[in-house]
Design a protein around this ligand. Structure first.
Ligand SMILES: NC(=O)c1ccc[n+]([C@@H]2O[C@H](COP(=O)([O-])OP(=O)(O)OC[C@H]3O[C@@H](n4cnc5c(N)ncnc54)[C@H](O)[C@@H]3O)[C@@H](O)[C@H]2O)c1
Length: 390
């Protein structure tokens, strides 16, 4: 198939970016934006599509996803709504046996997770979960070096994620954790997934802790930055963010208001079936780009491999040898080049020439681990993991 008809459910920031990449793909496949289902209105959507230089002259606009799928003949559907809607919409797509690109997290509570798992077990079409990290050149190279340099078996991992855009989770819609399910599901879902992929073992136990120390306060609920008397001096506000630090604004709401959800740091410890364990930690108040970090230190019987997407660097050190091997995996594309690989994989899946490199099973496993981590943090207890898809 050199031409593919796509329907998008929830044409927001993230899927708009992914669809735009799909539309302008390098594989010579013509992509038709056959339909969009989004309640935000045609005018708004057309403005975005015009900016993205996407032809929408034959696009049909819907506000009901089932109506869209019943009326249109689609080769693929992309779901890019906010997190709380992913599961129910995904089930509707799977029932129609249409290849699906699904934003993460795939589910935000246990009930959704069970429903999606049941639908996934019966599904006859593939799902590409939006997990760019697991398929980055960085992770491929790390796995390759672990093998070629006899680093394994892996016996310990310390992974970290200090984004500089953490303000997003308190200044805009992400601050409502009833929509996101909290920041393990929002962020750690990516990291736990790529770690599972590197470790290649079944996780069996988890414990976690979260804290909210900085992104909180007693400013009135719903306060917008523009209405705050401290807007010219507040380090988090758009004035300082854009005009002083030259960064982008994270949103219009006050992160020091009494109604921000979400912890501002969290740590997970996972035991895997061999008995080894992994620690992963994330925080959302690192503003300085030079302090940003995302990667891991992987220690095996033969040595240690360290990598960081922020520096693009991998360092390998063998236990009984002096010196080190350093290499860079530089990519200009977003998410370490993972997004473009997701897009190409989704094209292959729709054409029937590839299977998903980020399948639903992995999306469910990672969401399950995040939910168990949340449960552990809330109850101050270790929690057993027993996820089975089949
Ligand atoms: N994989 C990644 O790396 C990555 C990165 C960023 C965001 N995300 C995920 O993408 C999702 C969307 O985030 P965003 O920042 O693009 O949000 P957004 O608000 O920009 O987009 C959501 C869109 O869904 C639409 N919508 C709302 N209700 C709908 C409904 N019932 N049916 C159809 N459409 C509906 C909204 O109008 C909006 O256009 C989130 O779940 C987020 O976790 C993933």
């Amino acid at each position: 198939m050199r031409e593919l008809n796509i329907g998008v459910i929830g044409y927001g920031l993230r899927v708009g970016m992914i669809f735009s990449g799909l539309y302008k793909n390098d594989l010579g496949v013509k992509i038709n934006l056959t339909a969009i289902c989004d309640p935000k209105g045609k005018e708004d959507l057309e403005k975005t599509l015009t900016e993205q230089q996407i032809d929408f002259s034959n696009t049909h606009f819907y506000t009901d996803a089932e109506e869209m799928m019943d009326n249109e003949k689609l080769d693929g559907v992309m779901i890019g709504t906010r997190c709380n809607l992913h599961t129910d919409l995904a089930i509707k797509v799977l029932e129609r046996k249409i290849p699906l690109f699904l934003e993460k997290p795939v589910s935000i509570n246990y009930e959704q997770l069970e429903k999606l798992k049941a639908a996934g077990q019966k599904a006859e079409s593939e799902v590409v979960v939006s997990f760019p990290l697991r398929i980055t050149a960085m992770v491929d190279k790390v796995k390759d070096l672990i093998q070629r340099m006899d680093i394994g078996p892996i016996q310990h991992v310390a992974a970290f994620n200090y984004p500089t855009y953490g303000g997003d989770y308190y200044h805009n819609w992400y601050r409502d954790d009833s929509l996101t399910g909290g920041l393990f599901l929002q962020k750690a879902t990516h990291d736990l997934d790529y770690i599972n992929h590197i470790v290649e073992q079944k996780p069996v136990e988890i414990c976690a802790m979260t804290s909210k120390q900085i992104m909180k306060g007693d400013k009135p609920a719903g306060l917008k930055c523009e209405d705050c008397p401290e807007k010219m001096t507040c380090g988090e506000g758009p004035y300082q963010t854009i005009k002083v630090r030259g960064d982008y604004s994270h949103g219009e709401y006050c992160c020091y208001a009494e109604d921000t959800g979400n912890e501002d740091s969290g740590t997970v410890i996972v035991r895997y079936e061999s008995g080894m364990h992994v620690v992963y930690t994330q925080n959302f108040f690192t503003r300085n780009k030079h302090a940003a970090k995302r990667g891991a230190i992987i220690a095996g019987e033969g040595g240690v491999v360290e990598f960081d997407w922020e520096t693009s660097e991998i360092i390998v050190r063998k236990h009984y040898e002096t010196g080190e091997l350093r290499c860079k995996v530089e990519t200009i594309a977003f998410h370490g080049g993972g997004d473009i690989k997701l897009i190409n994989n989704f094209i292959g899946v729709m054409q029937g020439t590839e299977t998903s490199k980020t399948p639903l099973e992995q999306g469910l496993l990672s969401a399950y681990m995040c939910l168990k981590a949340k449960e552990s943090a809330e109850n101050h207890r270790f929690v057993e993991l027993d996820f089975q898809m089949k």
